[in-house]
Write a protein that binds this ligand. Structure first.
Ligand SMILES: Nc1nc2c(ncn2[C@@H]2O[C@H](COP(=O)(O)OP(=O)(O)OP(=O)(O)O)[C@@H](O)[C@H]2O)c(=O)[nH]1
Ligand SMILES: [Mg+2]
Length: 391
């Protein structure tokens, strides 16, 4: 996509990436833009950079307001709890209604469109977990290209741990869902785990380039990748390749990484007549890609499932830790990705636990007897209690 950028542009991109503060970054990005030739092949890139500049400007403005002790509309919602889940959807689908039913947030619910004008959070307790639910302002066609609240809404989605894509069954649900999908795609947010992935981690000066190919490079070699990065004067980075990846995919990743966010579809207003047909249409359109949960914020049908559906969507497990000399485990669980091992957990708790790990004792429902002594590669499951012993 970035199609043959001139060398000065590449150099400028590198300067922008290593800028130390938002103000400097904006300056470099503006200079970068002026060096990018204007044609069809660079259209997406230019739009992307403009979005980036707009987000940075909001960030600066918000910091200033905060310093001055002033309130005003919020742009970023600071994460709280075990996961942050953003509700996305067209206006009037019932986002505020859902938020107010699940959490203690004070929000305005109204039959008039565009009532919610800033990301609004609330806490949703599910068993012993706390999900922070954020209602983003309404999404609409063109949000990604800077439509009203568009930047805010998509920045909130990108910053989240998971998404609730909400549609209104009193209207054409397929049309609403397609609009959401299109906007997310333009903002480079995927709701399905991508088969191929490029991850670029910048490293301190002197570390050099490291290319880790876990998948396969298509139409190029590691040498080509090296050369590409040299072109951008990126000398210190680790590039991880998963799945089948082309050199264009890698160049795209230099500009903006594609984010993956788990999602489920909330089909609201099942109390309207004839919604079974609409749910069927939506199901055949969405296919196996995403789970659809029909609900009604009016009659409260289906809402009882939301906690477990969000938990499933996040692909996490809860693990309780116990200190060797204590009788009871921690009350609050650690949340960690499904499939994690004891060593992953140790790393999460503290580097000491990781570096000086000796063995662990584990209490688990699935074991014939508990506790059992296990090694670092033992795979954890939801509800396990772990006691780590150090050397
Ligand atoms: N019949 C019915 N009406 C609903 C349901 N959920 C929400 N509504 C109504 O739909 C209208 C819009 O609801 P809101 O929760 O304000 O919608 P929103 O998505 O937050 O809309 P904006 O913030 O204005 O973009 C209100 O009149 C709600 O009472 C439902 O399940 N059934
Ligand atoms: Mg609202």
């Amino acid at each position: 996509m970035p199609a043959n950028l001139p060398a000065e542009a590449k150099q400028k991109w590198q300067e922008a990436s290593s800028a130390r503060n938002p103000k400097e970054k904006i300056e470099k990005l503006r200079e970068f833009l002026s060096l990018v030739p204007k044609h069809k092949g660079t259209e997406n890139l230019r739009a992307q950079v403009k979005r980036k500049i707009a987000v940075l400007r909001r960030e600066i403005a918000e910091k200033k307001r905060k310093k001055a002790g002033k309130g005003g509309p919020k742009f970023f919602v600071e994460k709280e709890g075990d996961a942050q889940i953003v509700i996305l959807g067209s206006t009037n689908v019932g986002r505020s209604s859902l938020l107010s039913l699940l959490t203690n947030a004070k929000v305005e619910i109204s039959e008039y469109p565009y009532t919610t004008k800033e990301p609004t959070p609330g806490m949703f307790q599910y068993q012993d977990l706390q999900f922070q639910i954020v209602e983003a302002p309404a999404l609409m066609e063109g949000s990604t290209d800077g439509g009203p609240w568009g930047l805010q809404t998509l920045a909130a989605a990108r910053n989240s741990d998971g998404l609730l894509l909400m549609v209104d069954l009193s209207q054409d649900a397929v049309e609403q869902f397609s609009m959401i999908s299109r906007e997310l795609e333009k903002a480079r947010i995927l709701t399905r785990e991508p088969k191929a992935r490029v991850k670029i981690e910048r490293k301190p000066v002197g570390v050099g380039l490291r290319i880790v190919v876990l998948g396969r490079l298509v139409n190029c070699t590691s040498k080509d990748v090296e050369q590409l990065f040299r072109g951008y004067r990126m000398r210190d980075a680790t590039i991880k390749i998963q799945g089948e990846v082309s050199i264009d995919d890698i160049e795209d990743a230099i500009f903006e990484s594609t984010a993956y966010r788990a999602a489920i579809v909330i089909a609201n207003k099942t109390d309207f007549p004839d919604t079974t047909r609409r749910i069927e249409q939506l199901k055949s359109f969405v296919g196996e890609k995403l789970k659809i949960v029909p609900v009604s914020c009016k009659t409260l049908t289906g809402l009882e499932k939301l906690g477990s559906e969000i938990f499933k969507m996040l692909d996490i497990i809860r693990v309780y830790t116990k200190e060797p000399n204590k009788r009871f485990p921690s009350e609050r669980p650690f949340t960690i990705r499904k499939g994690s091992t004891i060593l992953d957990l140790a790393r999460r708790i503290h580097s000491d636990f990781y570096e000086q790990f000796s063995y662990a004792r584990i209490w688990s429902k699935r074991l014939r007897f508990s506790p059992q002594k296990v090694g670092s590669s033992f795979v954890l499951e939801d509800g396990d209690t772990v006691e780590i012993h150090m050397k």
